[in-house]
Design a protein around this ligand. Structure first.
Ligand SMILES: C[S@@+](CC[C@H](N)C(=O)[O-])C[C@H]1O[C@@H](n2cnc3c(N)ncnc32)[C@H](O)[C@@H]1O
Length: 212
């Protein structure tokens, strides 16, 4: 994934990627994307997909859901918009330009918030998680899929060592699962209910239901 840590740089990178993103990533990311979408659909009807990009995930949602997509890049969203029209994805209720760290929605609006292959690109992931938490209903889930490194993997130091090289060619390799689960534990309001396996992982953080 392209990694630049300023938002304007990020937009420039994805203005270029928009043209060939689907050709590179359609099959590569599909397993994790489908797993994340299935988990989100199980949470309830109102779902926010942050960093929706070209909308590769949108066809995986069931038609009875109401999905909003947000992304920093207008160029990526234009591709998503064409997909929604050409594939008749009526469950997609809107696509909007938005920074993950400044979501333009009211509190506790969504049953699930998904962020697929985007959290490693955000300069301050904890700030983005705070925003996801704000717009998520109690009982809902934050569902992240990305290239995430196992905390205990013997290869973790290798990925850390490779990170500067990977960054130079536009990839993220050293974002650890623990960064997400530590955030969840710090809030005191989330349980980590799933950490997937494999190179691309799905992590599900469930917000505890409101007390009666
Ligand atoms: C690797 S693509 C993933 C797209 C899609 N989620 C998928 O799984 O195919 C990353 C997307 O995140 C978006 N993005 C990067 N930083 C962002 C931010 N701070 N807020 C919202 N979107 C962001 C990029 O514009 C890009 O469309």
């Amino acid at each position: 994934m392209p990694v630049t840590y300023d938002l304007e740089g990020q937009k420039r990178v994805y203005a270029t990627w928009a043209k060939f993103y689907d050709k590179v990533y359609l099959r590569l990311l599909a397993r994790a994307q489908r797993e994340a979408v299935t988990a989100a659909c199980a949470c309830g009807p109102d779902i926010l997909e942050i960093g929706v990009g070209t909308g590769l995930t949108l066809a995986y949602f069931t038609p009875d859901r109401r999905v909003l997509g947000a992304d920093l890049s207008l160029d990526m969203l234009k591709v998503a918009n064409r997909k929604v029209a050409s594939q008749g994805l009526k469950h997609v209720k809107g696509l909007m330009v938005m920074d993950a760290c400044r979501l333009g929605f009211g509190d506790e609006r969504f049953d699930a918030v998904t962020a697929q292959f985007v959290i490693t690109l955000v300069p301050n992931p904890e700030q983005a998680l705070d925003e996801m938490d704000r717009v998520l209903k109690p009982g809902g889930e934050i569902i992240i899929s990305s290239r995430l490194v196992d905390d205990s993997a013997l290869t973790a130091p290798l990925w850390t060592a490779l990170a500067p090289i990977a960054k130079a060619i536009g990839w993220s390799t050293d974002f650890k699962v623990r960064r997400l689960t530590d955030w969840a534990a710090r809030t005191g309001r989330y349980d980590t209910v799933h950490v997937g396996k494999g190179y691309f992982k799905v992590v599900r953080l469930r917000k505890r239901p409101a007390k009666a």
